[in-house]
Design a protein around this ligand. Structure first.
Ligand code: DNO
Length: 348
């Protein structure tokens, strides 16, 4: 298992020089951020990114994310063109040593929270989700923006897009995902890349948009769409764990051999559809982090892990969920757990 750390590129206040000083982090997870979704990433930009990591003694084997263009998700005629671009990106990234690509298939919005800076009892701040607050939100007025969201929509563009999705129900979205996977997975397999789809966060529909990567049964269905080691998932404990009914142990068993990447983070649920993010250790939230790593080990997982969102602590400000301090604490905690489970005599 390799512990990695997300980096948002040259403009990230959390620099590679800082990341390299976190013990046990062997590599960086990043992406090309200055091109629109659907475009081909230039080889020069990929090389520059990879060189910057290597110069700092860090590997660059995981990309998060290569965004999937909305035309692919909604099944518009341009889907073909954007899928070809996607294949080119997979091939080019493989040339520069990338082994795993994290992506998602959430229509329009990526992950969602209703509060970016909710106070925790210890005086720190964290991201939080209240379902009632989300029900009152108007998606056309950007009340908030989260790292990873496509910030390029105009209000009109967004309105049009949301309208298009009125014709896309869950089954239509499944069909579009299947078409996409049938095209890209053989390419990924041929160049040794594992595609790792990120679960929907939170794992239920928002703003009337369909969401399908939400639970064990749907993950099983997804893995069955194309039977290849390259058609895998990102196990995100905080996303899947937000729904109490999701049993992470069962999900890991279902996805055995097909988990390319793990996002480890903890949450505390206050009821069915409300939760707050917390510090990483098991004792701080509802996720049994040791149990997750032990089950991963028992099921032969030997891929990439990263600490996920951190709280804002010690007065740090910056990109919500992606400051340095709490994620670094998370990385060290994860390293301890990884060492423990790797030393256990487990037959996988
Ligand atoms: C949030 C992230 C997501 C993730 C994408 C993957 O912090 O986990 O934005 O990167 O959903 O495509």
């Amino acid at each position: 298992m390799k512990i990695t750390f997300r980096w948002y590129g040259e403009n990230d206040r959390v620099t590679l020089e800082k990341i390299r000083q976190i013990p046990v982090v062997s590599g960086v997870v990043s992406a090309i951020y200055d091109v629109p979704a659907g475009a081909v990433w230039s080889k020069e930009s990929i090389k520059k990114l990879s060189d910057a990591c290597h110069k700092n003694g860090l590997e660059f084997e995981v990309v998060e994310s290569v965004p999937v263009h909305e035309d692919i998700k909604s099944g518009r005629p341009n889907a073909k063109l954007y899928t070809e671009n996607y294949k080119t990106n997979i091939r080019n990234l493989a040339e520069y040593g990338v082994k795993c690509i994290c992506y998602n298939f959430m229509p329009v919005f990526d992950w969602l929270r209703s509060e970016l800076s909710a106070p925790l009892a210890d005086g720190s701040n964290a991201l939080a989700y209240s379902h009632d607050a989300v029900l009152k939100m108007n998606p056309l007025i950007s009340e908030l923006s989260l790292p990873g969201w496509d910030a390029s929509y105009t209000r009109e563009g967004l309105k049009e897009l949301l309208n298009e999705y009125k014709a896309v129900d869950e089954e239509a979205l499944w069909k579009n995902l299947e078409n996409f996977l049938k095209e890209i997975i053989p390419v990924a397999e041929s160049v040794g890349i594992k595609m790792a789809i990120h679960p929907d966060d939170p794992p239920w529909g928002i703003f009337g948009l369909p969401r399908i990567v939400t639970n064990r049964a749907n993950i099983e269905r997804l893995l069955g769409l194309v039977d290849s080691p390259s058609n895998g998932i990102t196990l995100c404990t905080g996303s899947l764990g937000a729904a109490k009914e999701n049993d992470l142990t069962e999900i890991i068993k279902t996805a055995r051999g097909r988990i390319g990447f793990v996002h480890l983070r903890n949450i505390k649920r206050s009821n069915e559809r409300d939760f707050s993010e917390t510090a990483h250790p098991s004792a701080c939230g509802d996720i049994d982090m040791y149990g997750v790593l032990k089950t991963l080990k028992e099921n032969g997982f030997d891929g990439y892990i990263r600490p996920d969102h951190g709280r804002m602590i010690w007065g740090e400000t910056g990109r919500y969920g992606y400051g340095l301090f709490d994620r670094a604490l998370g990385a060290c905690y994860i390293a301890g757990l990884v060492e423990a489970v790797e030393k256990l005599k487990i037959e996988s």
